[in-house]
Design a binder for this molecule. Structure first.
Ligand code: DCP
Length: 245
């Protein structure tokens, strides 16, 4: 897998809601302790500071933007998608706190990327009518602009695509019981599954950046629950090891 020498390698874990990305990050952490793992800031979206010290009232109030989006998608999808992409952008641009000795060899793994934000979630929300045409146009405009402005800094050198049937993701979603997601329907997970397939497998989604379009994809079948299964974890980690070489 090619990568800029000074920048090291950057990988992104992708896959449907509740497929097991956070669990996968924990397994990767154990298998590759020298790598940097950057988790998804879901808790940030659940507690957005909506009023602060700059305002007349000194009392701070917080909003659960994830819940707002699921409860009133027409009103809040665009706001959620801008904020989710902004927090991801900050994470992708964040310099490493400790500089590794061999920077060119260092691997950074992100839980999702600004690319699934756009080519899976925002695209799907537009297609199901939760983003207006003008919102989708503006979203794409600034997304493309930021990619051009930050260039290579936003490149991902490989995608680790965790795939399981939407029905399995639905079971895992119900089991973990995140309150904001209780109204999520199987249909929605099927749509997101299709968006991932179009983008990463069939390559039929129109991708703005050539580097992202050509980045290699490792397909990892996680239909079998791997959380407590060390054999399954070993099988997945050896695929990652081969991919990264
Ligand atoms: N989300 C969204 N739009 C985005 C990114 C995320 O609507 N651009 C939502 C979908 C989920 C929540 O945010 O309700 C978290 O989504 P993820 O699939 O990224 O994270 P999970 O915690 O569900 O992943 P996993 O269970 O695989 O660890």
């Amino acid at each position: 897998m090619a990568a800029a020498r000074e920048a090291g390698k950057r990988l992104a874990i992708e896959g449907n809601i509740a497929v097991g990305k956070s669990t996968f990050v924990r397994v990767l952490r154990k298998a590759f302790p020298e790598w940097s793992m950057i988790s998804e800031p879901v808790s940030k979206w659940q507690k957005v500071q909506a009023a602060g010290p700059h305002q007349a009232s000194p009392s701070q109030s917080f909003a659960n933007l994830l819940q707002m989006m699921y409860q009133e998608p027409l009103r809040w999808s665009y706001t959620f998608q801008t904020y989710s992409c902004l927090s991801r952008l900050k994470a992708q641009l964040e310099p490493l706190s400790v500089k590794p000795l061999k920077m060119w060899d260092h691997v950074r793994v992100f839980e999702r990327s600004i690319y699934s934000d756009r080519y899976v979630f925002a695209k799907n929300l537009f297609e199901i009518g939760h983003l207006a045409e003008i919102e989708w146009a503006i979203y794409q405009d600034w997304h493309t602009f930021l990619q051009q402005a930050f260039g290579e800094q936003l490149d991902i050198h490989g995608f680790l695509y965790l795939r399981a049937p939407p029905e399995i993701c639905m079971e895992r979603l119900r089991q973990r019981g995140r309150p904001e997601e209780k109204e999520v329907q199987l249909r929605y997970l099927e749509q997101l599954h299709t968006q991932h397939e179009h983008w990463l497998m069939e390559k039929s989604t129109e991708i703005h950046s050539e580097n992202i379009r050509n980045a290699p994809v490792l397909l990892l079948d996680v239909t079998k629950d791997f959380e407590d299964d060390t054999n399954e974890q070993g099988r997945l980690m050896s695929q990652v090891k081969t991919f990264i070489k």
